[in-house]
Write a protein that binds this ligand. Structure first.
Ligand code: AMX
Length: 463
């Protein structure tokens, strides 16, 4: 599970590949990586190389021929409203239509939830689902890359015992930044090839983040060490590391859990934070870490733990059950005291989140009679009724965070603070794909302008 860290770069002008000949100030490590990488990365690399070249040319043409085309306007309410509804980013990996929900590369998530995360990573990057050969290639590559650097175990063990698992996870992600190929090769790679090093980082992170998450889980909660699994299937390996045993039901559930949460276009806080950070050419470790920091907010990725805390409080206070009228009153009181109902609402979606529906229907099949699931269903109903009655929330339905904690808990992962880590592992798949694409198509630094309040006042119509 743990290995040695990367060797430090040395100077080397003895190039072994075409790229290296072209950019002859690469280090010995770069030469090796380029030579080995050029062989191993062939399938994915060849696809992406052509794709990025064409997209770069298309974007240059669009800017040249239509650069002045107005695609929308900014309303004053949006300045003060977190830019919600403002369409000011380009993201091809996925779309979140308010009335349809998530589609990855045009495919609705309801058509994809039986796929595996490896297929989704490939789809996000290339816009094609991999064939069998491509899937095996990716799995082998990930299998080879998954060993964590040796310094991660002491880092995790050295943290205060009550450190939030999300902090442990993210501190380790940031610490692993020293492994970054992009950071090492930045001085020598031309801008249009930065994506090649970013892809190496993305693959390593995709391979290692589940291993890291499982390490955080077991160390943080003092669980016994698990015998190292040796699975080619990314999800099976992850499931075994988490539970410490093979459990086909949990594996299936985890596969859907990861897939439905793998990407949500680029405007959500996690992806946006990562995108902005990456736009400075900070490497994927820094960018992912920035995204994880954003995810660790209560009205974003911590909502799953907050929803579960709410359920547990209900169970504890009312051990013999709760009727709907009383539950509605509890929720009304909560709103009246200025608190949100966790696990409800969405900044973009105006329908019930299809991701919630997918995981709910899996939960119905697996946990139909479980008291926790029955209570959760009562809350789904009462929460929507109370939010409709309250009249403020534009989306009164339960969101994905209202179901993820329930399915994890009923699968045996009971430590609710850990749930956001699993959300982070899932979302990092999209974030990493977006990172590679952004470097591949040459996305520039993100730098919107701001207005002062007095400038806004000066724009108001004079009465
Ligand atoms: N409970 C209480 N009030 C809510 C609410 C909820 N679940 N959802 C929305 N509202 C309120 C908003 O706070 C806002 O109040 P205001 O008018 O006093 O400012 C009003 O309803 C209108 O909000 P909105 O436009 O419908 O939503 P938003 O874009 O402002 O916020 C979100 C979206 C997700 C932050 C919000 O619904 C919320 O706080 N939900 C609870 C936390 C949660 O479940 N977050 C997870 C979301 C999914 C995710 O990112 N993982």
């Amino acid at each position: 599970m743990f290995g040695k860290s990367n060797i430090q770069p040395e100077t080397c002008h003895n190039a072994g590949t075409n790229w290296a000949i072209q950019y002859n100030s690469v280090s010995r490590r770069d030469c090796l990586l380029l030579a080995v990488g050029a062989l191993q990365m062939d399938l994915l690399h060849t696809r992406l190389e052509a794709q990025f070249r064409e997209t770069r040319e298309e974007i240059a043409g669009l800017i040249r021929d239509h650069g002045d085309l107005a695609i929308g306007s900014v309303h004053l309410a949006q300045l003060f409203g977190g830019m919600r509804g403002l369409r000011a980013l380009v993201c091809d990996t996925s779309t979140v239509d308010p009335e349809l929900g998530l589609a990855i590369r045009g495919l609705p998530i309801k058509q994809l939830h039986d796929r595996c995360p490896e297929e989704i990573f490939w789809l996000l990057l290339t816009s094609f689902l991999p064939d069998d050969r491509e899937l095996s290639f990716l799995r082998e590559r990930l299998h080879d890359l998954r060993t964590l650097p040796g310094y991660i175990a002491p880092l995790l063990d050295g943290m205060p015992a009550d450190t939030h698992p999300m902090t442990m996870f993210n501190a380790a992600v940031l610490t692993m930044q020293r492994e970054s190929h992009m950071a090492t090769r930045y001085r020598t790679l031309p801008r249009e090839l930065l994506w090649t090093a970013a892809l190496e980082d993305a693959l390593e992170m995709f391979a290692r983040l589940p291993v890291l998450a499982a390490e955080v889980y077991r160390r943080r909660y003092g669980l016994p060490t698990v015998e190292e699994p040796d699975e080619m299937d990314w999800t099976r390996d992850f499931a075994m590391r988490l539970l410490g045993r093979n459990d086909a039901g949990f594996e299936e559930l985890l596969r859907s859990y990861v897939v439905v949460q793998s990407d949500h276009e680029s405007g959500n806080v996690f992806a946006f934070s990562a995108h902005i950070t990456g736009s400075t050419h900070a490497d994927p470790y820094y960018a992912c870490s920035a995204g994880l920091n954003g995810l660790a907010g209560h009205i974003h990725g911590l909502a799953a733990q907050d929803f579960m805390r709410f359920l547990f409080d209900l169970q504890q206070d009312l051990p013999s059950g709760v009727d709907q009228a009383f539950l509605r009153q509890i929720l009304r009181d909560r709103l009246a005291s200025g608190r949100v109902i966790p696990g409800f609402g969405h900044a973009v979606l105006r329908l019930q989140d299809p991701r919630f529906e997918i995981l709910s229907s899996r939960a119905s099949a697996l946990f139909a009679g479980e008291p926790l699931f029955l209570l959760a269903r009562q809350v789904y109903q009462a929460g929507t009724q109370v939010l409709v009655e309250h009249g403020r929330a534009r989306n009164p339905y339960p969101n994905v965070d209202a179901i993820t904690g329930v399915v994890l808990n009923l699968s045996g992962i009971r430590e609710l603070e850990f749930y956001t880590v699993l959300f982070g592992v899932s979302l990092s798949i999209g974030m990493l794909a977006q990172y590679v694409i952004s470097r591949g198509i040459g996305s520039p630094i993100v730098r919107p302008r701001s207005l002062s309040l007095s400038e806004v006042r000066a724009m108001l119509p004079q009465s």
